[in-house]
Design a protein around this ligand. Structure first.
Ligand code: MLT
Ligand code: MN
Ligand code: ZN
Length: 299
């Protein structure tokens, strides 16, 4: 039977929970085993449960695959993995490609702009071109990324990868550098948008009627990292809208007709990562599911 299936491989933003060099409350609790640890941003999707596509290849992909029986080898070198699609060139979304060398065939999907960033870094030649096909996906052009599963990329407000920032940075650019993914299996529509600087009317209209939306849950509050004494950057400066507040995602989704809404790509400072946090209760009361590693959903 064809049915949209998703498995959250990693629910955390870049750095993960705990992040190697972070002593914040959440990271300390995760190290102590008091709250669940979360690996970095990735989602596996399928229409038939046997052929899978991975959306974003995180640096944690090796342990994520080991923890996911659906994605284990089915023969000596046979894999259920058909493709990997990346939504931007950020390290948390492309570094895992290096783990996927070993002469394993799959298709790497991205916009021409993101492919250019990847091609500009010679280390990715480790993905041997004779077995890994690099397929450029133009915006707004559907493509089958696994049998029965269609993906359409669309621009969302975002910025260039941190390692390519130069001078004044436009944090809500619309173009090929940051995209959302619309996924369809038959009539079911799901969305994966792990990074988004703003939810405007065009995006709200596109999301209307979706069965399932995975959305950018990086920060609870725009100044969360500054308040925690961890740096000078706001969420906005990082190209991420926050969950709370009048211009936050919880409020932007209010009244929008979507089936289930799931936050993913949570930064380790986000209080919703603590099961007993009042902020988590507030998000859940607004109808949100807080994503976590291994969570499976269908639509
Ligand atoms: C982000 O989502 O803002 C980036 O992953 C940040 C980073 O590269 O660490
Ligand atoms: Mn990220
Ligand atoms: Zn931390």
């Amino acid at each position: 039977m064809q049915q949209f299936r998703a498995r959250i491989l990693g629910a955390a933003a870049g750095g993960g929970l705990p992040q190697w060099n972070c002593g914040c409350e959440n990271c300390r609790m995760a190290r102590a085993g008091d709250i669940p640890a979360q690996t970095q941003s990735s989602l596996a999707v399928s229409a038939n449960g046997t052929d899978w596509a991975i959306l974003n290849a995180s640096p944690d992909i090796r342990v994520q695959l080991a923890a996911s029986p659906e994605l284990h080898p089915t023969g000596l070198r046979e894999m259920p993995l058909r493709s990997v699609l990346v939504t931007n060139g950020d390290i948390d979304h492309v570094a895992g490609l290096l783990t996927l060398r070993e002469m394993q065939p799959f298709t790497l999907f991205a916009t021409p702009g993101i492919h250019k960033v990847i091609a500009g870094n010679p280390v990715f030649a480790a993905l041997n071109a004779t077995v890994v096909t690099r397929a450029a996906l133009a915006l707004e052009t559907p493509a089958e990324i696994a049998p029965g599963l269609t993906a359409t990329l669309f621009a969302v407000p975002g910025k260039v990868p941190l390692y390519m920032e130069d001078g004044e940075v436009e944090t809500a650019l619309m173009g090929e550098q940051t995209v959302g993914v619309e996924l369809t299996v038959g009539a079911a529509r799901a969305f994966y948008i792990p990074g988004c600087a703003r939810l405007d009317e065009t995006l709200r209209a596109r999301l209307t009627g979706a069965a399932l939306v995975f959305f950018d849950g990086t920060l609870w509050r725009d100044d969360e990292m500054i308040a925690a004494g961890l740096g000078q950057k706001t969420g906005r400066r990082m190209g991420h809208m926050s969950m709370s507040g009048p211009s936050g995602s919880i409020s932007a989704f209010d009244g929008l007709d979507v089936g289930r809404k799931v936050f993913v790509h949570m930064n380790n400072t986000n209080p919703v990562l603590r099961p007993d946090a009042p902020e988590r209760a507030e998000a859940e009361a607004a109808g949100w599911i807080i994503g976590q590693d291994g969570l499976e959903l269908t639509a």
